[in-house]
Design a protein around this ligand. Structure first.
Ligand code: MIC
Ligand code: SF4
Length: 643
């Protein structure tokens, strides 16, 4: 039996476990990346582990999220990350150099290698044939220290692409179609592989748009083969020597196969408030638009922005629309500046932002009240834009640009002749904004600079025999990490200060939650399906940990968040009988008798509801390693105990 692309990479990096679906496998990690919003915590954790120099082939820290410096916090954190990197062997991509995933794809990604990143869109690297996975900061810290990265061996999904995209239909429309088919929880426990004749019609940046937004499927990662198209891209980046061929064996076996004919796709949008709420632009009709934002790690490549510039050239953005554009990297920005396309964007009235995440994470450009905002981004969760009642639609750059001119939703196919933009034979390569670390012999000369906003990792304790706690919150299905630990310009600067950021935990759902949880001392959160979907931010586990949450009991979990809960020492429980969800209410007094024994013995956990007298059971499916982590009170304690 042959192997899929992902299985081949896993096989080459397998440190422990069996490659059978559902078993815990440990992978050797070749490269890591961090960004600044998760990075400060990840490097504090790396310091706590105590390994002097990173043991990966390449580790890169990017500054791209917290770039709005409205107080000292973000600048202090950047300085901390910069000095930690210089000392411990990590490359530092300076603010202004671009969004981690875009820059990593351009400059560092290598087919066949493993990459983990403290950001859920790390699978962007799958566009170049890497096994690239989003993880919590602590997992990244452990991998930097040379430790394995553990995942559950996923199922394999094959998406067969046939045909060719029609003019004005974009890679974004491909992933929107996949989201329509699979939904935001359809990818949990799976790796999505692309194959078929249609693959060779897609460039690397287009493939990366698709693997990037595969994060919204809840998938472990997504991956394309590495072929001649990949070689051309790497050659144009001056890195042809990094190329190697990688494809699935003809007799590889997939658990699920989906066929998509690219020729039949049309421009689409993900409507408020979920990336899988898909309609065609035609179906939406000519509704008035207030704002258009172009950029983010999904759609800010040279190709994307050149297409936008060609559409806007010589025209003016509609009077009722504010158009913001953030190029994905310094390479893209600089090339647009040199070839005149930037001038076309400026002349048309675009508000040009620095190359960073910006509006995607609510760092500025929040839309007006009830404002309709078309964005080329990947998430449209409620409130994420910074405007609680903002109506966010996720679209392709072509649809975004056409609509910015029309002032209403506009199907770009109505624009007439296609704009033909080819990938350049040579990208503008200048890595002057990537600072190298000092040689190991000089590391002692580097002082790590810490600002007053940096507070230590919250205290964790070994698991108790029995837990008595109250239900501090009850939430519904599809709760995102943006609900649990909101981001945005006001809250993101607190990422290195868990006591302060905890005050915002779950406030999107219930303003009283932080105070109530603190007052209860110990508590349990109850939720529905796909709990914790979205980002990799471990703050969505660390803030509940700080507020005394001992267990989270839900119908099902999203992968990264579940791992982050375990890393924080919070017990992840799922209902054996989903109907029991109805038998727990806010403030109920719950007892988990002998929970420690149940976990050690791998038995179901009994939950006695003292308030209504009902008893239910919950599953706690853990491998030996994750059991040990929970028993130790989290991965940091566990790593210290095992090193
Ligand atoms: C996001 O898109 O939600 C983020 C901000 O990039 C997060 C990471 C974070 O919260 O810092 C992610 O996707 O992991
Ligand atoms: Fe940045 Fe948005 Fe991409 Fe997250 S999804 S890494 S916030 S651009």
């Amino acid at each position: 039996m042959g192997y899929t692309i992902a299985q081949k990479i896993i096989k080459n990096h397998l440190l422990s476990g069996e490659m059978t679906v559902g078993s815990d496998i440990g992978l050797k990690i070749d490269q890591t990346l961090t960004q600044d919003a998760t990075g400060t915590m990840a490097y504090l954790e790396f310091e706590a582990i105590g390994v002097p120099r990173v043991k990966t082939e390449k580790s890169v820290a990017y500054i791209d999220h917290n770039t709005l410096q409205t107080g000292f916090e973000n600048a202090d954190d950047h300085r901390f990350i910069q000095t930690v990197c210089r000392k411990h062997g990590i490359y530092f991509s300076r603010p202004g150099n671009g969004i981690c995933h875009q820059v990593h794809l351009e400059r560092f990604g290598i087919p066949g290698k493993t990459l983990i990143g403290s950001d859920s869109h790390t699978p962007t690297g799958g566009g170049i044939g890497m096994l690239a996975i989003g993880a919590g900061g602590l997992d990244v810290a452990v991998a930097m220290g040379g430790g394995a990265y553990y995942i559950t061996m996923p199922k394999m999904v094959r998406i067969n692409l046939s045909g060719k995209l029609q003019p004005w239909v974009s890679a974004k429309d491909v992933i929107l179609e996949v989201l329509k088919i699979m939904s935001v929880k359809g990818g949990v426990g799976k790796i999505v592989e692309y194959g078929g004749e249609g693959v060779k019609t897609l460039t690397v940046p287009e493939r990366a748009t698709i693997t990037n937004m595969g994060a919204e499927l809840g998938a472990t990662t997504s991956i394309f083969p590495s072929d001649e198209v990949t070689r051309e891209f790497l050659k144009a980046q001056g890195r042809e020597e990094d190329w190697s061929e990688l494809s699935a064996d003809a007799d590889a076996v997939y658990d699920e196969v989906i066929d998509i004919n690219l020729s039949t796709l049309v421009p689409m949008a993900a409507c408020p408030h979920s990336p899988d709420n898909i309609k065609t632009i035609e179906e939406i009709g000519p509704q008035v638009v207030d704002q258009v934002c172009i950029g983010s790690c999904t759609n800010s490549s040279y190709l994307d922005l050149m297409r936008v510039a060609a559409i806007l050239k010589g025209k003016t953005v509609a009077e009722n629309v504010s158009l913001a554009i953030a190029p994905g990297s310094k390479q893209v920005y600089n090339m647009l500046a040199l070839n005149g396309a930037l001038g076309d964007l400026i002349a048309a009235g675009a508000r040009i932002l620095e190359c960073a995440c910006g509006p995607c994470i609510g760092m500025g450009q929040s839309p007006n009240s009830k404002g309709i905002s078309l964005r080329t981004f990947n998430r449209n969760f409620k409130g994420r834009s910074g405007t609680a009642d903002g109506q966010i639609y996720l679209v392709s750059p072509e649809t975004a640009a056409a609509s910015a001119l029309a002032g209403v939703f506009c199907d770009p196919r109505t624009l007439g002749d296609e704009v033909k933009i080819e990938l350049p034979e040579k990208f503008l390569v200048n890595d002057n904004m990537v600072a190298a670390p000092v040689p190991e012999a000089e590391m002692d000369s580097v002082e790590v600079l810490r600002g007053p906003n940096i507070k230590p990792y919250p205290a964790t304790y070994p698991l108790e025999d029995t837990i008595e706690a109250q239900c501090s919150l009850k939430v519904e299905d599809n709760i995102t990490t943006d609900h649990i630990m909101p981001a945005g310009a006001k809250i993101l600067p607190l990422r290195s200060n868990i006591p302060a950021i905890s005050e915002h935990c779950f406030t999107v759902c219930d303003k009283e939650f932080p105070a109530r949880a603190k007052q209860m001392g110990k508590s349990i959160i109850v939720g529905g399906e796909n709990y914790g979907q979205g980002s990799s931010r471990e703050h969505a586990a660390l803030a509940p940990l700080y507020l005394g949450v001992k267990a989270v009991l839900v119908k099902s979990f999203a992968r990264i968040h579940r791992a982050n809960l375990i890393n924080a020492g919070i017990i992840p429980l799922t209902f054996v009988n989903e109907a029991d969800y109805d038998s727990i209410s806010l403030n109920d007094q719950l007892v988990l008798p002998d929970v420690k024994k149940c976990i050690v013995e791998g038995k179901d956990v009994v939950i006695e509801n003292k308030t209504n007298g009902k008893t239910i059971v919950a599953k706690c499916e853990l491998s030996q390693r994750t059991k040990d982590i929970i028993l130790a009170g989290g991965l940091l304690n566990y790593t210290r105990e095992h090193s």
